[in-house]
Design a protein around this ligand. Structure first.
Ligand code: G4P
Length: 522
């Protein structure tokens, strides 16, 4: 019997991995894909990264600085569950990209380095997840190295994140003596992920025999404490974002990874309902709807293509269907939607709610766009952050101003930079959240458009979107501050302030004007 929409939706899990750089996100991703059968040998994720990097100049930045800039999606299947893993850039200069990606997931795995605990970037990303009520599964990685005391790590999760952590497994040893994990709920052990099944055991004392003699007594006592000392796991509390199941392991040594896959399929949420301007859209609603959370250019330099990554929110996205783009009201044919696997892409004949597909296009799609099969609705919540750095772009060859304008417009549509056009006719200003984004812009303008540029300080350092209850108030403010007003890509007005002092001064003088630092795409 063909699968119903409800069945297809129920077996989908769309998630991201959040962590501080170096905690092991790449290694874990690799291993998840390995167990999901998406790659044959661990190492392909990195190998693939290298291959892509050699293709395009700007990606050199990634290679040189050893950071991951590119967000991508990887789809894999494991024991009947379809996983869409959305990768997020680890570096904070690309935080806006990461936050937008988190709007497209239903759950997250938080990776913690067992020796370091909760690090700043983990905390920040966790806060974004909390704002969006995204349930979190905790993975304490690198147990094969010297680690902190296990109780201490769990306490830190409770204290720093104000979450109820519930250990689901308990590490058997740590550092050199780490051999695997004891499953507290099942009274079973798994010594390595190559074992699909857990091995049942008669209590902690038996498990302790796996350890060197001098560690046994302590370990058995601690395991008893772990069993009794924490609340029972409640799926409801987890889905509401109050509780996190905690797993231990070593991604490098293939330990604990399979538990995460199981946890996601067993407890993880199926695709959530998404809030749009006119209504909330349930995933099982048969009418197709989707939104764009990421645009990536030049994934294949032979085709100079631009891929819009869309999260399907309801119904089925079918290859060849006509979709309505809410921003323009225009129809667009979805002729070649694609799934991304670890080492290849494949045409997607049908994608269901929860799935993430890439749609090749030549600039028709922008970040935040909504696609439907006819209904006029716009999904809310894809954030646009006020840039922290504002610059004017200086061309080496002034004759190419028109080309530069087009290039900047394209980059802004992709979300690489934000572009602001001053009302007084002065040259455009670009804004970024992190300095590395400027480097990416510079590299790409040179490599892809043949436009060598440099950046000049702008007179402004802060930018806020402005609006008012009454249109007349806004018009008045705009006309009396002409030299400090610019329009963003959507034509929405922003106020450019020299510094925090002048921002405060102006906002106190014009209380009828709302000045906001985060705009939602509309
Ligand atoms: P990231 O994406 O979060 O930045 O981390 P990544 O997976 O690249 O891991 C960072 C470093 O930590 C890598 O070492 C990786 O091999 C190591 N690592 C990841 N998981 C584990 C683990 O479970 N145990 C141990 N002992 N190490 C782990 P590297 O030397 O920086 O890079 P590489 O040359 O080994 O790739």
């Amino acid at each position: 019997m063909p699968e119903t929409l409800a069945e297809a939706v129920a077996r989908r899990r769309t998630f991201a991995i959040i962590s501080h750089p170096d905690a092991g996100k790449t290694t874990l991703t690799e291993k998840l894909l390995l167990f999901g059968g998406a790659i044959q040998l661990a190492g392909e994720v990195k190998a693939k990264k290298d291959r892509i990097q050699t293709r395009s100049d700007w990606m050199k930045i990634e290679r040189e600085r050893g950071i991951s800039v590119v967000t991508s999606v990887m789809t894999f299947e494991y024991e009947d569950t379809v996983f869409n893993l959305l990768d997020t850039p680890g570096h904070e200069d690309f935080a806006d990209d990461t936050y937008r990606t988190l709007t497209a997931v239903d759950a997250a795995i938080m990776v913690i380095d067992a020796a370091k605990g909760i690090e700043p970037r983990t905390l920040k990303l966790f806060e974004v997840c909390r704002m969006r009520d995204i349930p979190i599964i905790t993975f304490v990685n690198k147990m094969d190295r010297e680690a902190r005391d296990t109780f201490e790590i769990i306490d830190e999760v409770a204290e720093k994140l104000a979450l109820d952590p519930v250990p689901m497994t308990w590490p058997i040893g740590q550092g050199k003596s780490f051999v695997g994990t004891y499953h507290l709920r099942d009274s079973a052990i798994r010594l390595g992920d190559s074992e699909r099944e857990l091995t049942k055991v008669n209590g902690p004392e038996v498990v302790a025999e796996k350890l060197p003699e001098h560690e046994r007594q302590d370990w058995a006592e601690m395991a008893e404490l772990a069993i009794d000392g924490y609340p029972a796991f409640s799926r409801e509390a987890f889905l509401e974002g109050h509780m996190t199941p905690v797993y231990f392991g070593s991604a490098l040594r293939n330990n604990g990874v399979r538990d995460l896959i199981h946890a996601l399929s067993e407890f993880g949420p199926p695709p959530r309902a998404q809030v749009a301007d006119v209504r909330t859209v349930e995933a099982t609603d048969p009418k197709m709807s989707a939104f764009v959370f990421k645009i990536q250019a030049n994934m294949d330099p032979n085709h100079r293509d631009r891929i819009a990554f869309v999260r399907v929110c309801s119904g089925e996205l079918k290859r060849g269907m006509k979709a309505r783009l809410s921003r323009t009201g225009k129809q667009m044919g979805l002729t070649a939607p694609q799934f991304f696997f670890a080492s290849q892409r494949q045409l997607a004949d049908t994608a269901y709610a929860g799935d993430v597909v890439g749609i090749p296009n030549h600039g028709a799609l922008r970040i935040g766009d909504t696609l439907t099969d006819g209904e006029q609705l716009v999904f809310q919540g894809v954030p646009n952050f006020a840039p922290e750095i504002l610059r004017r772009v200086r061309l080496e060859d002034a004759m190419k101003a028109k080309k530069l304008k087009e290039a900047l417009q394209q980059m802004a549509e992709e979300g690489v930079v934000q572009l602001f056009t001053p009302e007084d006719g002065s040259p455009a200003i670009v804004g970024v959240v992190g300095a590395l984004q400027l480097d990416v812009l510079k590299e790409r303008l040179k490599a892809e458009y043949g436009l060598p540029v440099s950046f000049e300080m702008a007179r402004f350092s802060i930018c806020r979107w402005i609006s008012a209850e009454k249109a007349a108030d806004l018009d008045k403010f705009v006309s009396s501050h002409r030299g400090d007003i610019a329009r963003d890509l959507d034509g929405d007005p922003v106020f450019l302030a020299q510094d925090g002092f002048s921002l405060n001064y102006e906002s106190e003088r014009a209380p009828e004007i709302r000045m906001i630092a985060i705009k939602e795409y509309h």
